[in-house]
Design a protein around this ligand. Sequence first.
Ligand code: NAP
Length: 314
Amino acid sequence: MKSIVPFISSLPKADIDQWLKVLKKKLPKEKIVKFSNLKKTDYHKVDVAIVANPNPTEVKKLENLKWIQSVWVGVEKLVESFRGEKVKIVRLIDPEMNRTMSEAVLSWVLYLHRDMYFYRVQQNKKTWKETDYVKPSNKVVSFIGLGELGSASAAKLIQNGFNVCGWSRGKKNIRKVKSFTGELGLKKMLKQTDILVCLIPLTQKTKYLLDYKTLSYLKKGASIINFARGAIINEKDLIKHLNSEKIKHAVLDVFEKEPLPKTSTLWKHKNVTVLPHISAHTDMDTSSSIVCKNIKMYRLKNRIPKSVDMIRGY
Ligand code: NAP
C-alpha cells in the first residue's frame, strides 16, 4: 500500500495544483495529497510532509510526523513555528538555486561596479559625464553569509576578477576568499568593503545585524545588496547612511513587509534600487526532483536528510 505524503501549503490554488502534479509524477510510489483532502483518520499515518508556506496548525495535527520537507531555501518562519517541537525541518538545497542566485549577485554587483544606476539618472537630466573607472582587482566585494548561496556567488565574482571576503559563523577555507568570523571579524571585513552582499539566514542572532553602528564600519561610499531577508538590515539606519552618502547605493530585493508598502520612502530614494524579491526563484523542476529524491532515500534507508539546527535557526 502507498504511504501518504500530504502537500501542505497556503499558496494560491493554481500553484498548489502545479506542485501536486509534478510531485505525483516524480513520486509514483507515494500517495501525494493536498492537506484539505487528507482524511482525519489518516493523520496518524503520516511521517513526512512536503510544505510551501504551510499553516502550522495543519502541520501540528499530524501526530506522528517525523520531518517536514520545505520546497523553499529560507525556513525562518518554519523554525519559529516549530521551535521546541520534535519534528525535523529539511530545507531545499538546490544547485540550480545556487546558480540563479550567483547570476543575480554578479549582475547587481556589476550594476553597482559600473555605476549603471548613476548613468540612468544622468540620462534623465541629459548630462554627459563620466565616472572614474576602478578595476575589479581594486574592489572588494564582501559576503555576509558564506553558505550555499554565498559561496556559489563568491566563486562567480572571483572569476570576474573581484577581491572577495566573507563572514560566517565558522572559518571557511574557500579558494581566494578571505574568511572572517566573530564580531571583530565582521568589523574588519566591513572596513575594507566596497560592495556588501547579504546572504545570511534570518535568525534571532541575525535580525537587525546590520544596524546603524555596524553599517558605519563600511568604507565611505560603499554599496550594499540585500538578497537574504529584509529584517537583517535595520531599514531606518540604512536610510540614515544613504542620506549622508556614507552608503552610496542599496539594491534591496527583500523587505520586512512584502510587497513593499506604497508609503515606503525606499521607493523614491535616489540611492535605492527596489526589486520585488526576484533574485532567485525556486525552480519547480529541479527542486521537486531534489525533494522527491530525499523522500525516496528516506523510504529506502530510513534516514532523514540533514535538517535545520533549531538552536542556530538555520
Ligand atoms: P546556508 O547555506 O545555511 O548558509 C548560511 C550562511 O550564513 C553560512 O555561511 C553560516 O555560517 C552563516 N551564518 C548564519 N548565522 C550566522 C551568524 N549568526 N553569524 C555568522 N554567520 C552566520 O544558507 P543559504 O542557502 O546560503 O541561504 C541564505 C539565505 O538566503 C536563506 O536563508 C534565505 O533567507 C535567503 N534566500 C533569498 C532568496 C531570494 O530570492 N531573495 C532566495 C533564496 C534564499 P556557517 O557556514 O559557519 O554555518
